[in-house]
Design a protein around this ligand. Structure first.
Ligand code: UTP
Length: 427
């Protein structure tokens, strides 16, 4: 039980105009009271007011800033690599895997707002004949590679405070997809309060402040807080493969990618594919002020977006795929780097302190860290360019582009249904 004092917290709230958070304090039991006081005490009010100022000011536009020195960062094209070179690279990666040096980490803490699926995104069924979920698709990929490597690849799954228990139950109910409970580690990512348009904090229920997961860039510090790096050290893990949950074609723990990293002497590598049009809605990899960076399509000046090299290839064409490998000691260093929050305008469901009823605003402020912002702390980032149709089909929307529909077609093209019975249980 906390020893926090109601009056101290109330005074703190009054000072920053947030005393409505205690609107239902009188209705709560002792346990709920202390939970709420503790929740409020943990909020960094200075940070929240800085973030609100930023949200009101709007996002920075690189073209207006005019202070950045942008230069290209080209990927090594794996699709043009001679077969023997590729095989050698893959063998090198597989050897590391067979010695147990790489773990995989799936970032599954997002809320999947665009998809509109209730429940963790990884539980989503994209409509394959087997009806396997995105989690099962990834476990299939890991099973394939573990069978080749002769040992299971340790699998970390980052959840959020919103979907953690549901994710764990889903795995339990599905017998961990035969991957072995002991090979899977779930950990929660950190959270940050959301704000309404007037900068007010909101309640989720009478004794909880409304918070949302702090973005995929929260992975480094959340993993550290959860003791992930200590666990990896104990297990002899040197490299960490990182991906999102929603790319149904992701090559889990890809040995070629690892071989590329090891042979190139990189501390971190990212996958990319070439954009199709100058104005494609995706972030591209480049160097900014001497460090690797991803520029969003909204930020890159038009002339740079359309620029081509002598060979006819886009100068700024390597699209960021959300698939990386980091040295674990680098990932741990990045955990202490303190990234900057981005503002996202999103729907918020909350408990109205005036009416005491559940309510919704369409355009509240959420705050997210982006993993690729950590690139600015890395001197050298290796980029491996892959074939988009073979490795990239994200499930973002219900229908149309990057939807379950498109993912189903692309998955069937690559793997057929990938039915369950061809997979051996991992021992
Ligand atoms: P997106 O940025 O596409 O977000 O996440 P999302 O939650 O899946 O979907 P929308 O934007 O709400 O519609 C890309 C990857 O990063 C993970 C997601 O789970 C997905 O794998 N992610 C995102 C986290 O793990 N935590 C976060 O806080 C945000």
């Amino acid at each position: 039980m906390t020893s926090l004092n109601e009056e101290t917290i109330r005074n703190k709230l009054v000072k920053c105009g947030q005393e409505h958070l205690l609107a239902f304090y009188g209705d709560l039991d002792a346990h709920e009271k202390s939970a709420l006081l503790e929740d409020i005490d943990g909020i960094d009010f200075d940070l929240m007011s800085r973030l609100y100022a930023r949200a009101q000011h709007g996002s920075h536009d690189m073209q207006q800033e005019g202070t950045c020195d942008i230069s290209p960062l080209r990927g090594v094209d794996s699709t043009a690599m001679p077969a023997p070179q590729k095989e050698k690279m893959r063998a090198l990666g597989l050897k590391e895997l067979s010695e147990g040096r790489m773990a995989a980490l799936t970032m599954a803490g997002g809320q999947g707002t665009r998809l509109g699926h209730t429940g963790p995104k990884g539980t989503y069924d994209i409509g394959l004949p087997s009806h396997k979920s995105l989690f099962e698709i990834q476990s299939d990929g890991l099973k394939r590679i573990s069978a080749e490597a002769g040992r299971p690849v340790l699998w970390y799954i980052m959840t959020s405070h919103i979907n953690h228990s549901e994710t764990e139950s889903f795995f339990r109910e599905h017998g961990y997809f035969g991957y072995g409970k002991e090979n899977i580690i779930f950990f929660r990512q950190e959270k940050i309060p959301a704000l309404d348009r007037s900068g007010r904090l909101l309640l989720e229920d009478k004794h909880t402040v409304l918070k949302s997961p702090n973005g995929n860039g929260g992975m480094f510090s959340s993993l550290k807080k959860a003791g992930g790096f200590d666990h990896m050290k104990k297990c002899g893990i040197k490299y960490l493969f990182v991906c999102g949950i929603d790319n149904c074609l992701v090559k889990m723990a890809d040995p070629l990618f690892l071989g590329f990293k090891v042979s190139g002497g990189y501390r971190a590598v990212a996958k990319s594919f070439l954009k199709r049009t100058a104005d494609e809605k995706a972030g591209v990899l480049c160097m900014k002020n001497g460090h690797p960076c991803v520029i969003e399509y909204t930020e890159i000046p038009e002339d740079l977006a359309a620029l081509k090299n002598e060979d006819g290839e886009w100068t700024y064409g390597d699209t960021n795929v959300l698939n990386y490998i980091f040295d674990t000691d680098l990932a741990e260093e990045l955990a202490g780097e303190g990234l900057d929050y981005h503002v996202a305008v999103k729907k918020l469901k909350y408990l109205d302190t005036d009416t005491g009823k559940n309510a919704e605003i369409p355009d509240g402020y959420k705050f997210e860290l982006f993993l690729f912002d950590a690139f600015s702390k890395i001197d050298r980032l290796g980029i491996l360019r892959i074939e988009r149709t073979e490795e990239f089909s994200p499930v973002k929307n219900k229908t149309g582009i990057d939807s379950a529909e498109s993912a189903r077609v692309m998955y069937m093209n690559m793997y057929g249904d990938g039915s369950r019975d061809c997979m051996e249980e991992i021992k």
